[in-house]
Design a protein around this ligand. Structure first.
Ligand SMILES: Cc1ncc(COP(=O)(O)O)c(C=O)c1O
Length: 416
């Protein structure tokens, strides 16, 4: 057979795979692993919603590409009521998770430049490249709470050589991997620059309902005409594996773009699974139960974030408390010399050493677009039994894996 190797896309999954491989080897040999690597909600899908899914198992027909109309209505009412939004069901497209929808939004452009903050979620850059677009980065820093600044965005836009190619910023808050979110003032200042340069923004709010910041402003308040929203059930409803997400495209984008996105959707996933759409309809319709469920989750995540942050800070690590979601983004720059003496100079060396020495699984910052030398890691604080903790007034005593894992990191640093 003729060799096809030169024609195959290179996979960029090596760093995450490596950590998984090391975790598995450790578990196989009977060692404990503290699972701070994989970010999935530890909370169960509420019983009533599971029941709605079970009752819909017979729904075997394809649904429309755009999504079941009552589900789209329920999604719009839910977010309009809980987040003061102005969504209209006719502008919503439902998909098999928001991830494939982000891809569809990108692939609906023949040609675009995709701008990403560094760090940002692992899949944006590969998706942009799969869609044939170029990728540019805006570096952020610990001192700026890992957030992009208006003047930085402005100067990036001013330095572009071809202003005819659409510029798409993928903007995510609360952020995976940093846990940080933007205030109204920050969003307003960014919106001015976005408008000035006609930036199209894919606003990934998959964690917005798990925000514990006091200020829950969103970009669409300040830049409604070009904020394309993506969100879904995965995080707030503990239903990542259900694969149910949606996008809302502002009417101002016009029918041509909307139809192009629907076209990519129809040529890739066809429709979100029909029984899942029925279960999701109930999840979005029962706003009161969702409010109670969200309140409990937010309290628990906020407490865990505080606990982890305080302990890591005491050990000398640069880390901000999360403002939503379930991630922290610690930076180990102050340990650079000591780490170097141990042969550790990159984020990947650091995560490998913490796994090999202490069984702590973390992801290196380089998997999120940071430079190899940034000595940053993403820590997902979800290694606990969400079902058990949900009805407990005081969750911290039940968090032994998280406590121990953080202790292992701190002790390891102490002994450097
Ligand atoms: C920042 C971010 N965006 C999007 C997604 C995709 O979510 P889903 O496809 O499950 O809706 C995830 C999942 O981990 C995420 O962390």
């Amino acid at each position: 057979m003729k060799t096809i190797a030169p024609y195959i896309r290179t996979s960029k999954h090596s760093q995450t795979l490596l950590i998984n491989q090391l975790s598995l080897e450790r578990i196989k040999s009977g060692d404990k692993v503290f699972k701070f690597g994989f970010g999935q909600s530890p909370f169960p899908v509420p019983e009533k919603i599971r029941q709605a899914l079970a009752n819909s198992a017979h729904r075997k027909e394809y649904m429309s590409v755009q999504g079941h109309p009552p589900l789209r209505e329920a999604i719009a009412s839910f977010h309009n009521s809980l987040e003061n939004k102005n969504l209209s069901s006719g502008q919503i497209i439902v998909g098999a998770g928001s991830k494939i929808l982000i891809y569809c939004l990108l692939a609906a452009f023949e040609c675009a430049e995709v701008l990403l903050p560094a760090p940002s979620w692992v899949s944006y850059a590969p998706q942009a490249r799969l869609a044939g677009h170029s990728v540019s980065w805006l570096e952020t820093s610990f001192d700026d709470n890992w957030k992009i600044k208006p003047e930085q965005l402005d100067s990036f836009c001013n330095s572009r050589t071809d202003n005819n190619i659409p510029l798409i910023l993928v903007f995510n808050y609360p952020s995976n991997p940093t846990g940080q979110t933007y205030s109204a003032q920050e969003l307003q200042a960014l919106a001015l620059i976005m408008r000035k340069h006609n930036i199209i923004v894919i606003v990934d709010e998959i964690y917005s309902l798990l925000s514990f910041a006091k200020d829950n402003s969103t970009l669409d308040q300040f830049y409604p005409e070009a904020s394309i929203l993506t969100s879904g059930l995965s995080k707030w409803c503990g239903a990542g594996g259900w694969r149910l997400g949606f996008t809302h495209i502002p009417e101002q984008f016009g029918q041509k773009y909307f139809q192009a996105v629907l076209g990519v959707a129809s040529e890739t996933y066809s429709c979100a699974p029909s029984p899942i759409q029925m279960g999701a309809t109930l999840a979005y319709e029962d706003i009161q139960s969702a409010k109670i469920f969200l309140g409990k989750q937010i309290k628990i995540f906020n407490e865990i974030s505080r606990y982890c942050t305080q302990n890591l800070r005491q050990a000398g690590v640069n880390v901000h408390e999360a403002q939503g979601g379930f991630y922290l983004f610690p930076e180990f720059k102050q340990f650079r010399d000591k780490l170097k003496a141990r042969g550790i100079s990159t984020s990947e060396d650091l995560t490998n050493a913490l796994m090999n020495d202490r069984g702590v699984a973390l992801l290196p910052g380089s998997a999120f677009g940071m430079t190899d030398e940034s000595l940053t890691v993403r820590l997902a604080f979800v290694d606990f039994d969400g079902a058990q903790i949900l009805n407990n007034e005081n969750p911290l005593p039940n968090l032994s894996n998280i406590r121990q894992g953080i202790e292992e990191i701190c002790n390891w640093l102490h002994e450097l």
